[in-house]
Design a protein around this ligand. Structure first.
Ligand code: G3H
Length: 296
């Protein structure tokens, strides 16, 4: 799988992928697990990214993630250690503990993405040292807008190299991009072995849109065919507040959802949570949207 060496060569690859995307769009709606099951809730990254989040709110986030068996908790780097410790305490080798493991995801370069690469690399070290298994990294999309694909590649290559075993999700901030730019970013992410492409930070614009999720999924399918490797996955995030929005994103091709409204969605889906042992309850009061009420 050759890496293009010039912006022109990148553009050629991007155009080739774009020309093959349309046929993939006629695929039927994608399915997802029964809404009442832990498998469905296991598609949700339970997210709290407000700058003013408190320790009590982080503890509550972890408790809710354990109870509803979400895929992960997604937090800022400074909270990773606390989440790892919480989740370890909730799921020791107790015979009653479920086998499902709640992961810890950390955002990197959040939420503007245009931090210098050294800042992002420092945050990666901080998060992975503290035990984060997944990293949701905001793309510096400015070079992308200028079609400086070599610069985009240089950033993504440095990030992948710094975290060779982590699950890497690249946040595109799709509300700031055209469909063509979404394809360009997805192609470069694919060539750099990112595991996911993710729509939004939840702090800008409209958040996830069905159309963009469809484009990203179709692009990932073309790349997988072309490169003969596993399909990069799509995470929809930002503004997903209820079950019908969550379902629409999954039907469009997302296989992971990032939401601060995970509990509301799980309740609406009608499943049953497991109960955290009493010794761990008594966590903090209710939370708000990770985007602080949102600008949607
Ligand atoms: O990455 C996830 C988003 O920040 C979640 O945004 P939200 O608060 O709109 O659900």
């Amino acid at each position: 799988m050759a890496i293009p060496e010039t912006n022109e060569a990148w553009q050629g690859l991007i155009d080739e992928v774009a020309s093959k995307i349309e046929p993939h769009r006629i695929e039927p709606k994608y399915g997802f697990p029964d809404k009442k099951t832990a498998a469905f809730r296991g598609l949700i990254d339970h997210t709290l990214l407000k700058l003013d989040a408190t320790a009590e709110q982080i503890d509550q986030l972890c408790a809710e993630a354990w109870e509803w068996e979400f895929a992960s908790v997604c937090v800022r780097p400074n909270w990773v250690k606390r989440c790892v410790d919480n989740l370890e305490r909730f799921s020791p080798s107790s015979p009653t503990a479920s086998t499902s493991k709640i992961l810890v995801a950390s955002v990197i370069g959040f939420h503007e993405g245009d931090y210098p690469i050294d800042h992002k690399l420092k945050e990666i070290t901080q998060a992975t040292t503290a035990g984060a298994q997944e990293l949701d990294i905001v793309l510096n999309y400015h070079p992308l807008l200028e079609k400086d694909y070599k610069a985009v590649h240089a950033e993504l290559h440095a990030l992948r190299t710094a975290a060779p075993t982590s699950t890497l999700k690249l946040i595109l901030e799709t509300s700031r991009l055209t469909s063509a730019q979404i394809v360009s970013a997805s192609v470069i992410a694919g060539r750099n072995d990112f595991d996911f492409i993710k729509t939004s930070t939840g702090f800008h614009g409209e958040g996830a849109k069905v159309k963009d999720v469809g484009t990203m999924r179709a692009c990932a399918a073309v790349l997988a065919q072309q490169d003969g490797k596993e399909k990069m996955r799509v995470k929809a995030s930002g503004g997903i507040r209820d079950l019908s929005q969550a379902e629409a994103m999954l039907e469009a091709g997302a296989v992971r959802l990032g939401c601060s409204a995970g509990v509301q969605i799980a309740k609406e889906a009608g499943g049953e949570k497991r109960n955290l042992p009493a010794e761990f309850t008594g966590h903090g009061a209710g939370r708000q949207s990770s985007s602080g009420g949102g600008d949607y």
